[in-house]
Structure formats: structure tokens, C-alpha cells
Design a protein around this ligand. Structure first.
Ligand SMILES: [Zn+2]
Length: 481
């Protein structure tokens, strides 16, 4: 493969490129799901390469699934032709932040290769959970899924980078949807994770640790209990947000608005632009003094944990919010200089060999505080504990939001009491984070995976994790309306 890559880099240099790189990738994806006991299994391999080049100061890119010398030379020439054509329209030449030409081999951590576990065993696990969930006739839909991904990538650049990376990630979950035939009420409870399961950069051992079968009864019973639970109250109260829900809150209210291309108006699809404009860097009060949020491409087992990004930049950990102050952006080599930085934070990632990399969220995590959950609850007089996302909306600047969770419990005089359904809270991003007055300690902290973040046009998918422990927010508007 290295010989092939060198052929491409030779072509780029002969064509006068000031920079060029090639990524040769092969990956395998296995998806196993069941719905009411009916299984569906799919496995696919995706092999190919993408060549990216700066020629006459503009980007060119071309890609192909056919890995052979003739095709690599053809694609490299096409990438240069695209760059030369784009250069006629450029406003200014692309400038890349410097990066050491890294030469390394990097492999993610795992104990048991999930592809070594027979599909029958995987199906059996899901069917065992499904059987428990469907024991009660009030359950109309039972789902279960498992998903595994292994990617091998070789990255080489005209600057001398030579990086080989192998990543394995595993994920899955179960859900139960209960229906009250008389009232038409429908309620769903799922486990574990932010949305449709938990995903993590680990092997089969992750799936075993979820204990899907051991949680099936609780998931079923909570879905049924939600049918007759009281509606979430309306008004202003103190809330505790569980880690699974807080992970999505971080994703939507800090992750997307710190993508520097979005801030600069170069990207607005799916998630709009951003209120975190560049004059706010280093001085804007994003949250209360105890709010510390890091970007971290090195977090153990994070979905976005990599040795190096698709610019060949080594992964880093840095503050996006430090002691409540907005302190950093997600950047790549191309845009770092616009905010006066001389190095990229390593956030350039592509969705496979066929895509041009762009700024994507790395793992973004709320650092733990020093509270026990029990103490967080015990000094709330009248509040609500909410967890697991059901639906959400946020405006195009990422300021006004509303989240509805799968489940909530009232907190009355310092104790968790009744379950409530359709638990909803709303806020304006900086005021909301400004009202955070307590965060649970590291014993309650988990990295929650988001496996389906969409961005760009044509759309690209990326995966990342958000670490969070339950946190308390004072005087938040809850209930619908
Ligand atoms: Zn997203």
C-alpha cells in the first residue's frame, strides 16, 4: 500500500502541488438488529482511497474504490485538475498551520475483537432481551441492535507524514415501546445511551458490560409505568440532568457552535451557524464558574479518539470552556490562523475514503465536579430529575433550545418521588449553563457515544463521545408550552 501511496504523492509533486495527501482505507461494518423478534443482519466492506491536494493555492480532491497503480495515478491527476480549476475562483490561497510530519502506527484499545464473536451468539443475546421485553402484552414494539466497526487507514502526505491507524468500536442497545390501547398513549424507554444505544471504542467486552438482558425487565417496566405516570409539571424549578441527556446537551449547545467553519459562515447545513463568534473567545461567560468542558481526541475509549486526524495532526486535549469562560474552538490546519493560532487542534475528519475531511467534533466532555448524586438531590425542595433524550430542538444560532426526555422523577423535599412522563426543559444556552451549581464526581462520569452526527453537503456522518456526570441546574423552565 505504501508503494501505491508514494506513486500518488509523486504525481502531486510533479503537477506542482504545494501540499498533498492520500488516505487508503478499508473498513468493515456489521449491523445486527431485531424488531419484535424478527432479525436483520448486514455486513459490508468499504475499500478505497482519497487524494487531497493544494495546487495554485486551492483544494482539489478525488477518490476511487479501485486500489491499483493505474487508478491511483489517474485519481491523483484528477485531484490536481480539480484544484487548478478551483484556483481560478479562489479569493485567497489556502494556508495550512504547520504540523510535524508524524510517522506512527496507532491502534485503539480493545480486549475481544467483536468480529470474532459468531453472529448467532449476537442474535441470541438480542433475542433473550426481546423475550423478556415482550412478556407483557402492553409492549407493542421491542427493538434491539448491535453494531461493530473496524477501520484501517494509511495516511501519507507530501510533507513526509506516514500514519497507519486501526480503530475498533462496538455499540448497541434495547428499547421497549408500551401502548395503552384505551387512551392511545405511547411511551418508549431505551437502554443504554444518548440515542438508540451506547457506542464506545472498545471490543465485544463493551457489549457484555452493558448487560442488555439484565436490564430488559427494568426497561419494559419503566415503559409500562410511563403510560400511567403523571405529566411533567409546568413552571420554573431546579433540575438534575442525567449524564446520558447531558451528553446530547453538550453536543448541541457547545459542540456544534464551536466548529470554527460554522462560526465563520463556511458551513450552515443541518445545524445552522453559531452564536459563539470569534470576538467572544477568551472573554464570553458561557456558564457558571464550575463549568469546565474539554475537547479531547485522546480520551480513552471515545468514539472520536484517534492518534492523528485526517490532516495528520496529533490528537490533543484543550479547554473549550474554562471556569465558565468560552476558551476554545474545534479547528483544522486550514482555519487555525483565522483565530490567530499557529497549530490545529486536530479536528479534521472525513466520513470514509470518498469524502473530503472537514471540522468535526472530537470527544467533548464536561469535567466531573465533586458531588455525590444523593447530595445533589437532597438540597432540592421542588425539582425534577430527567434522563435519556426523546426529542429536541434548537435554533440556528444554537441559543434557544427545548429537550424532552424519556423519563423524569419528581424531587420533593430532597427525595426522588413519583415518575413523570414527557419531562421537558427549555433554556437559552449561556443562561442555562450559567445556572449550573453542582456537578457529580468522577464515579458518576461516563463517556456517552453519539454515532450519527450529520454535517456538510453532501452529508457526512461522524461519531464522537461526550463525557458527563449528572449535574444540577437552578430555576429552569420545565413542562411543555
Ligand atoms: Zn451533531
Amino acid at each position: 500500500m505504501r508503494d501505491y501511496a508514494r506513486e500518488a504523492l509523486d504525481v502531486l509533486e510533479k503537477e506542482g502541488a504545494s501540499y498533498g495527501d492520500i488516505r487508503i482505507i478499508d473498513d468493515i461494518v456489521e449491523e445486527i438488529s431485531i424488531k419484535n423478534g424478527v432479525p436483520s443482519v448486514s455486513t459490508h466492506n468499504r475499500e478505497g482511497f482519497g487524494v487531497r491536494v493544494i495546487v495554485d493555492g486551492a483544494w482539489g480532491f478525488s477518490a476511487s474504490p479501485n486500489i491499483n497503480v493505474d487508478e491511483i495515478i489517474r485519481v491523483a491527476r484528477t485531484a490536481c485538475a480539480v484544484g487548478k480549476a478551483s484556483a481560478r475562483l479562489k479569493k485567497e490561497a489556502v494556508r495550512l498551520a504547520p504540523e510535524h510530519p508524524n510517522r506512527d502506527k496507532w491502534t485503539s484499545n480493545y480486549l475481544i475483537n467483536p468480529f470474532s464473536i459468531p453472529i448467532d451468539k449476537k442474535l441470541e443475546l438480542l433475542l433473550s432481551a426481546d423475550k423478556i421485553i415482550r412478556e407483557d402484552p402492553r409492549i407493542a414494539v421491542s427493538t434491539g441492535s448491535l453494531s461493530f466497526w473496524k477501520e484501517h487507514q494509511l495516511f501519507m502526505s507530501t510533507q513526509g507524514a506516514d500514519i497507519e491507524q486501526t480503530i475498533i468500536r462496538s455499540g448497541g442497545g434495547i428499547s421497549a415501546t408500551a401502548v395503552d390501547k384505551e387512551t392511545g398513549e405511547i411511551q418508549t424507554r431505551s437502554y443504554p445511551g444518548v440515542h438508540n444505544g451506547q457506542y464506545i471504542q472498545m471490543g465485544w467486552e463493551a457489549i457484555e458490560s452493558f448487560d442488555l438482558v439484565g436490564n430488559a425487565e427494568r426497561v419494559r417496566d419503566e415503559a409500562i409505568a410511563l403510560l400511567s405516570a403523571e405529566q411533567c409539571p409546568q413552571g420554573e424549578m431546579d433540575i438534575i440532568i442525567g449524564g446520558e441527556q447531558l451528553a446530547l446537551q453538550i453536543h448541541e449547545s457547545l459542540g456544534h457552535p464551536t466548529e470554527l467553519d460554522r462560526v465563520l459562515g463556511m458551513e450552515a447545513n443541518y445545524a445552522g451557524t453559531s452564536f459563539l463568534t470569534t470576538e467572544k473567545l477568551g472573554n464570553f461567560k458561557y456558564g457558571s464558574d464550575i463549568v469546565n468542558i474539554v475537547g479531547d481526541g485522546t480520551a480513552p475509549n471515545g468514539l472520536a479518539t484517534i492518534g492523528y486526524d485526517d490532516d495528520g495532526v496529533r490528537s490533543k486535549r484543550w479547554f473549550l470552556v474554562k471556569d465558565g469562560i468560552f476558551s476554545g474552538y474545534l479547528t483544522n490546519r486550514e482555519l487555525a490562523h483565522i483565530i490567530g493560532q499557529t497549530e490545529s487542534m486536530g479536528c479534521n475528519r472525513a466520513d470514509g475514503w470518498w469524502s473530503l475531511p472537514m471540522i468535526r467534533m472530537t470527544n467533548i466532555s464536561l469535567l466531573p465536579g465533586d458531588w455525590e448524586l444523593q447530595d445533589l438531590i437532597s438540597n432540592i425542595e421542588n425539582g425534577i430529575f430527567v434522563n435519556t433524550n426523546k426529542r429536541w430542538s434548537i435554533d440556528q444560532k444554537r441559543l434557544n433550545f427545548q429537550f424532552t426526555t424519556e423519563i423524569g422523577w419528581l424531587i420533593e423535599n430532597g427525595k426522588l418521588t413519583k415518575m413523570v412522563k414527557n419531562a421537558t426543559y427549555q433554556g437559552i444556552t449561556p443562561q442555562f449553563w450559567g445556572s449550573c451549581d453542582a456537578i457529580c464526581n468522577e464515579n458518576h462520569w461516563t463517556l456517552w457515544g453519539v454515532n450519527n452526527c450529520g454535517k456538510g453537503q453532501p452529508g457526512q456522518r461522524a461519531e464522537m463521545s461526550h463525557g458527563a456526570s449528572p449535574a444540577r441546574f437552578r430555576k429552569i423552565k420545565v413542562g411543555l408550552g
